[in-house]
Write a protein that binds this ligand. Structure first.
Ligand SMILES: [Cu+2]
Length: 473
């Protein structure tokens, strides 16, 4: 990893040091005193590799894919691979990630209410542990459907996505043993179930001064079509060596707060510094993933025009509450299960494994920070920067000089030149406004990053230096 990363992040370094004081292991944590349970029972659970619930034969068909109910429905296949890999950690070095399909979060599934989901989890030969997949969008018997899939085997189950909304899916560990480790080291993702009759138009509260000189309400409406985002929050509990630290988990002692698998993954980087006339520096308080040589792990910004309906799918994959707030904005609408929960609210609370859809319009050009408004979360990684409109005159001038400004002007956002990060964008649905371009970005293997590029996402670490070189000739 890049040396520059070691220089940043005093705050996270303090968090790591604080965590080290507890120094312990998973085994020592699993004591009767810590869990308030009988030690011998826990030993038995470990010895048998998890909780193997005995099930009546009647349940054995749960999740079967040959149901008559599925005959006239759309069947959407959702293949996943459960695999352990090393991925870079903030501050340098790697951590022992567990992933669905070599990326954190796992791939997003998008279906329409009433579709049949056909999920297949494959665990390759040689993978050191079994995995399972518990999909919250389903309503099937947890046992045996979500049970462990052994290395060298695969398992398929089907269900009807009956209720619209955003739903977590996550590894169920080895029949729930070590589930915390598997999930918090990265085995989670979301399913988006679009409402069968579509997303509602959005009402935004405004006021105006009318012809009589009186201040009056001016409710503005936007169609259900929206520029879409996905944000998933998670705590990381790591030892200095990058392995899972259960002691920190039980103590709720967060090392990093990841958004889409990466703490501070959506903040400015050296490309923006370069365009802004400050190459090789840090213009934001925390730029841990600054350098272009980080490739897919370089942080990227989220770009949106002003006056456009944004729809953000948010899931709390972690262990702490998420107090979701966008600094400088008001959440125009909050929805769960296609039922509006709130509107015109500053912050909305998500407990663990809870989701929402936030709709909002950025009103004026500028810089906005989406945060978990828990200060421990903000300073450990839960800060996500949107740039609305084209508010940065120096970058505008530089882009003009490079001859690439027209793309930004045409789209009303810098994504017209730089694209938006691939992993912050869900698969497109019928009411998605398409982003003008995507850039390669993910907490993922090089193979996954290459697949993004093959789909047309821009490798900015290649493209930007090439544009600058061409302009200087
Ligand atoms: Cu797993």
């Amino acid at each position: 990893m890049n040396k520059r990363m070691n220089l940043m992040l005093t705050i996270s370094a303090i968090a790591v040091m604080g965590g080290a004081l507890f120094g312990s292991s998973f085994t020592s944590q699993m004591t009767g005193a810590a869990l308030g349970t009988d030690q011998s029972a826990l030993d038995k659970i470990h010895a048998m590799g998890g909780l193997e619930l005995m099930m009546p034969a009647a349940f054995a068909a749960s999740g079967a894919c040959d149901s008559d109910e599925y005959a006239d429905r759309t069947v959407v296949e959702f293949p996943l691979t459960g695999v352990s890999i090393d991925l870079p950690r903030m501050g340098g070095g790697t951590f022992s990630a567990m992933t669905f399909s070599e990326q954190i979060p796992g791939p997003t599934l998008r279906v329409t209410q009433g579709d049949v989901v056909k999920m297949t989890l494959t665990v390759p030969d040689g993978e050191p542990t079994p995995h399972g997949n518990d999909m919250h969008a389903s309503q099937v018997s947890a046992v045996p459907t979500f049970g462990a899939v052994q290395p060298g085997t695969e398992k398929t189950y089907c269900y009807i996505a009956e209720v619209p909304g955003v739903y977590k899916y996550h590894c169920s560990g080895v029949n729930i043993a070590a589930m915390d480790q598997h999930v918090l080291q990265g085995m989670y993702g979301i399913a988006i179930v679009d409402p069968i009759d579509g997303y509602s138009k959005l009402m935004v509260e405004k006021t105006t001064v009318n012809a009589n000189g009186d201040v009056a309400r001016d409710r503005q409406f936007h169609s259900g079509d929206a520029l879409e985002w996905q944000l998933q929050y998670q705590q990381m509990y790591l030892t200095d060596a990058g392995t899972y630290d259960a002691t920190k988990m039980f103590a709720h002692d967060t090392v990093y707060t990841a958004v889409n698998g990466q703490p501070f993954g959506y903040v400015p980087n050296d490309i923006h510094n370069l365009l802004n006339g400050h190459p090789g520096t840090n213009i934001f308080v925390a730029q841990p993933w600054n350098s272009m040589d980080l490739h897919q792990y370089q942080s990227q910004l989220l770009f949106t025009p002003t006056g456009v309906h944004n729809r953000i799918f948010i899931e709390n994959q972690g262990n702490e509450p998420v107090y979701f707030h966008i600094v400088g904005e008001i959440l125009d609408r909050v929805t769960q299960g296609n039922r509006v929960q709130s509107g015109g609210t500053e912050t909305w609370l998500l407990g663990g494994s809870q989701n929402m859809i936030v709709d909002l319009v950025f009103d004026e050009p500028g810089i906005y920070a989406g945060v978990n408004h828990d200060y421990a979360a903000i300073y450990t990684g839960a800060a996500t920067i949107w740039v609305a409109g084209l508010p940065l005159p120096v970058i505008n001038e530089t882009a003009t000089a490079l001859g690439v400004v027209q793309g930004a002007v045409d789209t009303g956002m810098y994504a017209g030149v730089l694209g938006n990060p691939y992993d912050a964008i869900p698969p497109y649905g019928e009411q998605s406004i398409h982003h003008p371009a995507k850039n390669v970005h993910c907490m993922c293997s090089d193979d996954v990053a290459a697949a993004q590029a093959a789909e047309g996402a821009v490798e900015l670490w290649v493209a930007v230096p090439a544009i600058i070189a061409a302009a200087s000739e």
